[in-house]
Write a protein that binds this ligand. Structure first.
Ligand code: ARG
Length: 461
């Protein structure tokens, strides 16, 4: 047997370049164990339909078990003549149980419904592994947030000093997008839990086979309501590529912060030796390569999503061979993320923060100007006017090379008579941070509360 599942109507064999293009075992072989699981469930359906005797069914399962052992220990691998994982495994089964029995398994199914099922089974496991790795990163972020409760840092918008915040608040801001990514994976897994097995080529299965029973055997919640959709749809693979790309983008934004924090100019944090690299020429260098590879690979995962959507957009129903191109992008996105996530987790967990520096810079760049305006508002000055007055204070300070808390009673009175010296009491970093005490704000008790909320969101996953 050649490992090719067709040929009767062909007089000649495939051209070499045609076969080289067509062959997919180098990509789809990782689905072998899922294909074997599908075959076991399908053998059960054949038995129930009276198309396999009890003895044949038992021999089939024994053969499939033996084949699985050979696949796992490497004793059986695709041959150069095998077109795809399905053909290779039928060849392997036939070598074990003989042509007569081996040739019975393919009845009533098609590679079209097989592959659509296998990718869902594979994604079920792959997304579970990604979720676990995301949870580890969430744990590292929560741990750093907990260790640094109460440490101020500059909060930025447009990368310019904006208002003082707590370092923990900033770290947790990188956690919540990842929690939403986990929720996205949950939603995807619900949709993945519908089996296309029994859709056959496109029109559904014949021979009295029961797709619902096969679905249950394979651990799906149900089977597809439309066999054409079951074989031709790849939106779930695209959705997986999106969620994976979104995770990569979230990691990339976190990484960009780490890269900035570790510059000499920011100096907020220092990378652990185990999670950084040196330079072949510059002895002093300590480079954030984990963060940079993360930022770089995010582009690659976006490309995987864009490429797959491009493949899908013009396809008529039902199955077209173009659909084979779904696997390389989604496999690559998962492989890359499973490399990235542990590295980013290690980098984050071991980051040392220079808290005296983040605290010292927190009020810089006139970051307390909003607090000054808010003080005026509490004294019944309309905010638009308060904004003007606070802006005038900033200009005054800029011209004299001083900061807002350095303003004396004479300066304040000269800027606006409503600015009494008590305003200086609110011009502190701690006061500013403590005043932002609405839900979700940067006040210490709110940050402690959101840390608990994060831990609760992760617990039980
Ligand atoms: N290898 C194909 C895929 O990944 C499945 C095989 C379907 N081939 C076919 N000629 N109908 O989509």
């Amino acid at each position: 047997p050649s490992g090719q599942l067709w040929g009767g109507r062909f007089a000649g064999s495939a051209a070499e370049a045609m076969f080289a293009l067509s062959v997919s075992t180098h990509v789809d072989w990782r689905l072998a164990r899922y294909d074997l699981a599908g075959s076991r469930a399908h053998a059960g359906a054949l038995l129930r339909a009276g198309l396999l005797t009890e003895d044949e069914h038992a021999a089939m399962l024994t053969g499939l078990d033996e084949l699985e052992r050979r696949v796992v220990d490497g004793g059986f691998a695709p041959a150069p003549t095998d077109e795809d994982v399905h053909g290779a495994l039928e060849r392997g089964l036939t070598e074990i149980v003989g042509r007569e029995l081996g040739g019975r398994l393919r009845a009533g199914r098609s590679r079209n419904d097989q592959i659509a099922t296998l990718i869902r089974l594979w994604l079920r496991d792959a997304t579970a592994a990604v979720s676990d790795a995301v949870l580890d990163l969430l744990d590292a972020l929560a741990g750093q947030a907990e260790r640094h409760l109460g440490v101020p840092m500059p909060g930025r918008t447009h990368l310019q000093h904006a208002q003082p915040i707590l370092l923990s608040h900033h770290l947790l801001a990188h956690a919540w997008p990842l929690v939403r990514d986990l929720e996205r994976i949950d939603g995807l897994r619900t949709r993945l839990s519908v089996s296309p097995y029994g859709s056959a080529a496109l029109a559904g299965t014949s021979l009295g086979l029961d797709p619902v029973a096969v679905a249950a055997d394979l651990g799906f919640a149900g089977s597809v309501p439309n066999s054409i959709d079951g074989t031709a749809a790849r939106d779930l693979v695209a959705e997986a590529c999106f969620v994976l790309a979104q995770i990569a983008v979230d990691l990339s934004r976190l990484s960009e912060d780490v890269i900035l924090w570790c510059t000499h100019e920011f100096g907020y944090a220092v990378l652990d030796d185990a999670w950084s690299t040196g330079s072949s020429i510059m002895p002093q260098k300590k480079n954030p390569d984990v963060a940079e590879l993360t930022r770089g690979k995010a582009g690659r995962l976006i490309g995987n999503l864009a490429g797959l959507l491009g493949t899908l957009k013009g396809l008529p129903l039902a199955y077209n061979r173009d659909l084979q191109e779904d696997k390389e992008p989604v496999f690559d996105s998962v492989d890359q993320l499973l490399l990235l996530l542990p590295a980013v987790t290690g980098m984050v967990a071991t980051l040392t923060f220079r808290t005296e520096r983040t605290a010292a810079l927190a009020g810089g760049g006139f970051a307390l100007a909003t607090d000054l305006a808010d003080w005026l508002v509490r004294r019944r000055v309309p905010f638009a006017e308060a904004h003007e007055i606070s802006g005038a204070c900033v200009r005054w300070c800029e011209q004299r090379g001083i900061d807002l808390p350095d303003l004396g009673p004479d300066d304040l009175a000269a800027i606006d008579p409503r600015l009494s010296p008590e305003v200086l009491e609110v011009l502190t970093v701690e006061g500013s941070i403590g005043s932002r005490d609405g839900r979700g704000g940067t006040a210490p008790e709110r940050v402690r509360e959101q840390l608990e909320e994060l831990r609760a969101a992760c617990a039980g996953r």
